[in-house]
Design a protein around this ligand. Structure first.
Ligand SMILES: NC(=O)c1ccc[n+]([C@@H]2O[C@H](COP(=O)([O-])OP(=O)(O)OC[C@H]3O[C@@H](n4cnc5c(N)ncnc54)[C@H](O)[C@@H]3O)[C@@H](O)[C@H]2O)c1
Length: 367
């Protein structure tokens, strides 16, 4: 049976990275030491591996960022320090970027939202400002932070300890943007991609320091709170551990993806639901409204697949599905054709005012 990991040679890659991981656990720690790491370990916030990495550096350990052990070379990132006083920068202020910015703004810090489009950037900043009052009391120890819009990339990145890329799901664009982020942001900054369907290993051609880069895939916060963290194949495991601990403070629920996987964890399941729902409607068997109703009644869900696709954006749904189609020959074309028909009319979902549903004037933001 087809398995997407095998199509990318990820099976082999995973075996190699598992070996490298095992070797790295016996290797020396190279990161800087946050003052409270012992307390964090006692509270089980840090993994044993990360705890070891955070022990004080000695002499020659400080000189190197690569640890060679046996046949494997493990790239080590310098973990960012003083993060409470440093901003978080989000690249792309669209459907997801502004939602990620909102969540990152719940711990009192500065959040910067960069977008090449003035309209999207301003709308993103307003979205965060409007959402904070309701969200902050729901987040443990929540404190409203400051949201700032940026049109200059270098200025947006300066000092940031975490940079989250959320530009459109176009691999060439993401490769270029991630390369720029890698060259412009602070040496110890962590860079993540929000890509839904491209593993970050496919997006790092122009990245010189992949050890500090990974996928952090948010769903639809603040309503849908999971965020899945996945290696780019070269990510320092300590970086993932650090974000597992940090993201949990921001009203989202982090999950580690244990191997590279096209579609991460839940998106693979969700892709199958979307595809078959589209196929059912494309074949004239049901309507978006009826399918959503039956789905909600049977599964007890608040929202059905078509309403959710409207919220995601039909162009985004199509881009993701096109990618799966290249990996899994034989997927029904009718599902994509149905999407293309709506997109050709300019009906992209909520963001264009109409998608499968046309009632968004009454309910502009059902999330
Ligand atoms: N929409 C969803 O429900 C959803 C869910 C999970 C993950 N994602 C992922 O999030 C990412 C963004 O998706 P989206 O739905 O928010 O897209 P979107 O089209 O709504 O927003 C993308 C934003 O990026 C901006 N942009 C384009 N080029 C840029 C550049 N070079 N630098 C900075 N900004 C730039 C655009 O102006 C736009 O505002 C994609 O990788 C997608 O797979 C989306």
């Amino acid at each position: 049976m087809f398995h997407p990991d095998e199509s990318h040679g990820f099976g082999e890659l995973n075996r190699k990275s598992e070996k490298a991981r095992r070797l790295s656990r016996s290797a020396v720690g190279l990161a800087r030491l946050p003052t409270n790491c012992h307390a964090l370990f006692n509270r089980s916030v840090l993994s044993a591996d990360m705890y070891r990495r955070l022990q004080p550096m000695k002499g020659d350990q400080m000189a190197s960022s690569t640890c060679v052990s046996g046949e494997a070379a493990v790239l080590r990132a310098t973990l960012p320090t003083n993060i409470a006083n440093r901003p978080i920068t989000i690249i792309g202020a669209g459907t997801l970027g502004r939602r990620i910015a909102l969540m990152m703004c719940t711990q009192g810090g500065e959040v910067r939202l960069y977008d090449t489009g003035d309209k999207a950037r301003d709308a993103g900043v307003s979205f965060v400002k409007d959402g904070l009052a309701e969200l902050v009391p729901r987040v443990r120890n929540g404190r409203a932070g400051a949201i700032l819009g940026f049109s200059d990339l270098a200025a947006a990145l300066g000092g940031a300890w975490l940079v989250i890329e959320s530009v459109p799901e176009i691999p060439a664009l993401k490769r270029k943007v991630l390369g720029e982020l890698d060259s412009l942001c602070d040496a110890d900054a962590i860079i993540t991609s929000n890509s839904s369907s491209f593993p970050s290993s496919e997006l790092i051609d122009e990245v010189k320091h992949p050890e500090r880069l990974l996928t952090s895939h948010f769903y639809m916060p603040p309503r849908v709170t999971p965020v899945e963290l996945m290696t780019c194949g070269k990510t320092d495991p300590a970086v993932i551990d650090m974000l597992m601990a940090e993201f949990a403070k921001y009203g989202v629920v982090p999950f580690k993806v244990h191997q590279e996987s096209v579609g991460l964890i839940f998106n693979r399941v969700w892709a199958a639901i979307k595809r078959e729902s589209l196929y059912v409607v494309a074949q004239g068997i049901s309507t978006p409204e009826d399918l959503d109703s039956i789905y909600k009644l049977i599964l007890g869900a608040d929202v059905g697949p078509f309403r959710t696709m409207d919220q995601v954006g039909l162009d985004v749904v199509l881009a993701i599905e096109e990618h799966y189609a290249t990996l899994r020959p034989g997927l029904p074309e009718e599902s994509r054709d149905l999407l293309k028909g709506y997109i050709a009319k300019g009906w992209l979902g909520i963001k264009s005012g109409r998608g499968f549903y046309d009632d968004y004037k009454d309910h502009p933001n059902p999330a």
